[in-house]
Each structure stands twice: as structure tokens, then as C-alpha cells.
Design a protein around this ligand. Sequence first.
Ligand code: S3P
Length: 442
Amino acid sequence: MTALTSGTASALQGTVRVPGDKSISHRALMIGAIAVGETVIEGLLESEDVHATAAALRAMGAAVRAEADGRWRVRGVGVGGLAEPESVLDLGNSGTSARLLMGLVATQDMTTHMTGDASLCRRPMARVATPLERMGASFLMRAGGRMPLVVQGTAEPVPIVYETPVPSAQVKSAIILAGLNTPGATTVIERAPTRDHTELMLRHFGAAVAVADDADGRRHITVGGWPELAARPVIVPTDPSSAAFPAVAALLVPGSVVTVTGVGMNPLRAGLYTTLAEMGADVTLADRRIEAGEPVADLVVRGGRLAAVDVPAARAPSMIDEYPILAVAAAFATGRSRFRGLAELRVKESDRLAAIETGLAAAGVAATVEGDDLVVEGRGGPPRGGCRIATNLDHRIAMAFLVLGLAAERPVEIDDGRVIDTSFPGFVAVMNGLGATIGPAG
Ligand code: S3P
């Protein structure tokens, strides 16, 4: 473990580009691996989570390699063409790898063993196994539906119509990916729409994916079996969830002016920016454009005062990974913020509701969990800081509290900076390039 510390920074200045989108990177590799031909990917996120997906796909017969120029090439095996892996797939910290791959292998006649790190082995997997069992796969899991697990894929998959009980793009994607090697039409119904990168990427590769909203506001996503997936070039936009860290840091450190370029602005991912606008943040979205089918913009962020905010539960899916850094912003704001409907945060890389509550308390900020809501009593200025945060293998908790330390009265230490590499390698260099002061602790 490498402990890191962040101390009070003077104004942050400059222009940065954050790494590629994690969700889109996983999907580009997976869908490339079951397409026919060679997919060339630009801007792939080269992080531990994405490397875990690449290694798993290689173990199942797809040729996945990085070129010297930074492009990645994937030679696909065709829908249903994956080979049984000879040993256990280790998916590290990556819930997206585990859950989407469970779907991919569930409708092939083969046995797949999967494990991960201590964080991943605590996370619920039954939410994915249950619908896949209805399609004919069977699962052997630890108590409580945990990893390590074994997937016995089915040779005779059946299509299903399934309403997801939790708002989860990973559950939706697992079913859609399983549906590709299934005869007939497989439909997922969502009560609240979640990120649609699987749907967009499949269409990009030539699959027909039908999306329709019903009178009750539920979204029906239908994929037909055995589409002809043809290799396509993919350009991965940058990750709005990673952009959130330099952006909020610039808001909190007085006098800062920071531009974050080419940030993915898919409406199902951009809830944080709506929320920051409601807090009175000075964030301008410049040069809005479409890159590789996804909306992007340059964010120009200026430091300044923030007001408390009440975020409705309906917005949570569009900013589900941003609550740790939003809670940090709320700690500096004037007034009491409430973030509603956050049950899903309990089953992320760590229990993020508990981690935010404990971490903010250690930094001198009162935060409480009321039911599934998080309430943060803003300090109306810099909180005390001066604490050590247990990251519990959670990259976003690590980065959020390092940002808090940049603008708090006293430095903040995190116990493990290594975990940041799961989603944002180069985070410390990017932040310090803007004038932040993050370095080894002690
Ligand atoms: C992701 C979906 C979300 C998100 C995760 C990435 C994806 O998880 O938190 O970081 O790529 O589909 P859930 O599906 O559990 O909400």
C-alpha cells in the first residue's frame, strides 16, 4: 500500500485531458472480441480494470493487443465463439468485467471460473445470475451470491423478458450480451434508464437494438439473437467520472481556472454537471460536439462559492459514481445538502455511504445517512481536514478525499493510493500538473 497525502494548494491552473471512459473501454474490448474481424480502438482506458477484461478475453481465445502507438487491436471470434478458459479468470477490482463477462459466457456451452480482489468478492452477483439462470445458465457462488463463482453456460439458451429490480447498467448489459448468443429476442426492462453504452456500441457494430419507453416511463431494450457483428473502429471518449475530480478540485480551490477537454457528456452520465449548476458552480460547457457517436464538451471550471443542493433519486443513475466527489463539494457548500435514493452506493467498490459518512466526519464535516439518503452539513468554506482515510480498495473514495485535502485547512492522508490505478492511472500527475500538492505520505 502506498499512502498518499494532499495539502492545501494555491489556485489550480491549466488544461487537462483525463483518460478514456472505463465503461466504454470494457464494452469496446468485449464486443470487439465477439465481432468478426479486427477492431481497432483509440483512446482505450489503460487501467487495471480494463486490463482485467483484456486478459479474460485473451484467455477465451480473442487476440487482444496494444500497439506501440497506443491503439488497441482485437481480433474477434464471432458471437458464440469464445473458448472455455483453462484457468480461473481474475477480474481484480472490476465489477464491470465480472458482471458483463458473466453474461457473455452464460449462453455458451462452457464452464468459467471467476474471482477477484477482496472488494469484488464482497459485491452481490446474484442480481446478474438470477436473470441468466432464467436463460438456462447455472451458477455456483459463495454464500450471499458472492465471488469466487463458477458459470456453467447453457448450450440451449432461451430468450427472456426481464425487468431489472435494481437500476444497474451492469445487470442490463449482462442480459443483453447473453442475448446475443440466444435465439429470438431478449428484452430488458428498466424502471430508471441507466448508461446505454452497451446498446450504442452494439449498434455501432451492426446489431439491431430496439429501445422504447412505455406509458409508465419504463424503458424496454430488445436485442435479437445472432446478429452479424462486424469489426468497427472505436474511438473512446474521456471519462466524465474521472473528469469530475479535477473539475471539483478547481471549484474548491479559490482562484482556480481549469479546462478539462473532450469530456464525455452522454446524458445518462452527466447528472453531476446538472447538480453542480444547481449549486451555483461556475462550470461552462464549451465546444459541445459529437465524437465517435458520443456527445463531448470542454469543461471550463472556475473556483467559487457553492450552495447546498437537494438531488432527487431519479437523477442518481446518471451520476451514480460521482457521489463521493459530490459529497466533498457539498462539504464546502453553504447549507445542508441531501442526496436521495442511494441504496446502490452500499454495493460499490466499498460501502460508499459508510465511507463518505466516516470520511467526512474525520475531516470535521457532519454527514449522516437517513434511510437511503445522504445528508451533508456544508461548512460554507474549507473544512478542517487533518485526517487519514481508509480507502478499502475504493478508487473513488481515494480520489475524492485527496481532492478534499487540496482545499481543507489541514492535509488529508489516504492509506492506499495504488487503488487509483483501477480507473485513473496518472491521477496524481494530472492533478499536480494543475498545481495540486499530492505526494507520498510520511
Ligand atoms: C457501470 C455501471 C455502474 C457503475 C460502474 C460502471 C458500467 O454500476 O457504478 O462504475 O460500466 O456498466 P451498476 O451497474 O452496478 O450501477
